[in-house]
Design a protein around this ligand. Structure first.
Ligand SMILES: [Zn+2]
Ligand SMILES: [Zn+2]
Ligand SMILES: [Zn+2]
Ligand SMILES: [Zn+2]
Length: 372
């Protein structure tokens, strides 16, 4: 018998590998992973200083961006709305429960705005079509040719290529600008918009992010026994692992006590596993105003730990990034690498009016407990 399901209030995000990357440009209002940001508001884009890692002060890179318009009574400025998440690629900046290596910004625009036509964009791109005729942030300011943030420094030789910081200039030089620099002449070769990308490999791999409604199993009561069994099995496993690892350092009794403290965490982890096992490739869960699906009972934020928006309004949970995303970024997961349990994004409850500007929002990082 097929399990009865219903739609939940959560939308799930999946990585789509086969998209023509040109369909992820700004005027298509994409949700996407990696690559350069497809900025929504095309001027006043954030400087590298406002996006830099709080730990190493280095530049961050786009992790993903989510196009998420919201409807708010008597307001027209949230017709288009995108939340951007950036992360420092330096592995040592990524530590348990620490969020300073992540930056989140929000941008929103009314349907009548300074940049885009009110008509939906034509998705039939011909191969010979010049994407440069469409609106993009490079038309309004210089952009770093490596990461797509604001480019305030330029190559002193060709005077055509812009960078956000010294480290991206050095990286681009090594990646191929050394060779290209002399070729970039007065013939109008495009650089600012990122047509030439010798350093594209420095970014996270780019994918479209597609969403669908989550379906949850209605018959949860019939599963409760197997849940208990699974939990018992799991605790047994953990205990035998611990016994092996501790080499008789602790008594059985000590381990009993530990097990009691760990039970709540086991249950949270099982809840997480169970809710995600039917769609194991989900990389995003979107539920504005809802509750995150925690991966652990430890290190959940209290209300006071979620700072209010600069407008004074409180922030609400909007979406979370799942650990599965790590599999798609082109990182080496076997060695030392970026890691997280889940990244929860909290945004202004009012999605307050910001005009043609970007404002900072908040991210909470929760890690797996017990090295799961
Ligand atoms: Zn860093
Ligand atoms: Zn840069
Ligand atoms: Zn140059
Ligand atoms: Zn606000």
């Amino acid at each position: 018998m097929a399990a009865r399901t219903r739609k939940s209030f959560t939308k799930l995000g999946f990585v789509e590998e086969d998209t023509d990357l040109r369909l992820l440009s700004s005027h298509f209002f994409p949700s996407k992973v990696g690559g350069k940001p497809s900025w929504l508001c095309l001027n006043n884009i954030p400087t590298t200083e406002s996006l830099q890692c709080s730990k190493c002060n280095g530049p961050t890179l786009l992790l993903l961006q989510v196009y998420a318009p919201v409807e708010i009574d008597h307001r027209d400025d949230t017709f288009h709305r995108t939340v951007f998440i950036f992360v420092c690629p330096n592995v040592p900046c990524c530590s348990n429960g620490y969020n300073g290596n992540f930056k989140v910004v929000r941008s929103q625009l009314p349907v009548k705005n300074d940049f885009y036509s009110q008509d939906p964009p034509d998705e039939n791109i011909r191969d010979d079509e010049d994407m440069d005729k469409y609106p993009h942030a490079g038309k309004f300011q210089s952009l770093c040719c490596v990461c797509g943030a604001r480019g305030t420094k330029k190559c002193s030789l060709c005077k055509k290529t812009y960078y956000c910081c010294k480290s991206h200039q050095v990286a681009d030089w090594k990646a191929g600008h050394k060779r290209l620099c002399s070729e970039i002449g007065s013939d109008g070769t495009k650089t600012g918009a990122g047509i030439r990308q010798p350093s594209a490999h420095l970014l996270f791999k780019e994918f479209e992010l597609v969403t669908e409604d989550e379906e949850v199993n209605e018959d949860s009561s019939s599963n409760s026994r197997s849940d208990k069994e699974r939990l018992a099995e799991y605790q047994q496993l953990m205990r035998s692992e611990q016994l092996k690892g501790l080499e008789g350092k602790y008594t059985e009794e000590d381990l009993e006590t530990t097990a009691v403290h760990e039970t709540e965490d086991d249950q949270q982890f099982l809840k997480f596993k169970k809710r995600t096992e039917s769609e194991p490739d989900q990389v995003l869960r979107y539920c504005r105003g809802g509750e995150p699906l925690w991966v652990s009972a430890f290190h959940k934020p209290s209300a006071e730990e979620i700072p209010h928006c600069s407008c004074g309004a409180e922030r609400v949970f909007e979406f979370q990034i799942m650990p599965q995303l790590l599999n798609f970024l082109g990182l080496d997961r076997l060695g030392d690498s970026l890691d997280w349990g889940t990244l929860c994004i909290y945004t202004c409850k009012e999605s307050c009016p910001i005009g043609n500007n970007y404002v900072e929002e908040f991210l909470w990082k929760q890690d797996f407990h017990n090295g799961r």
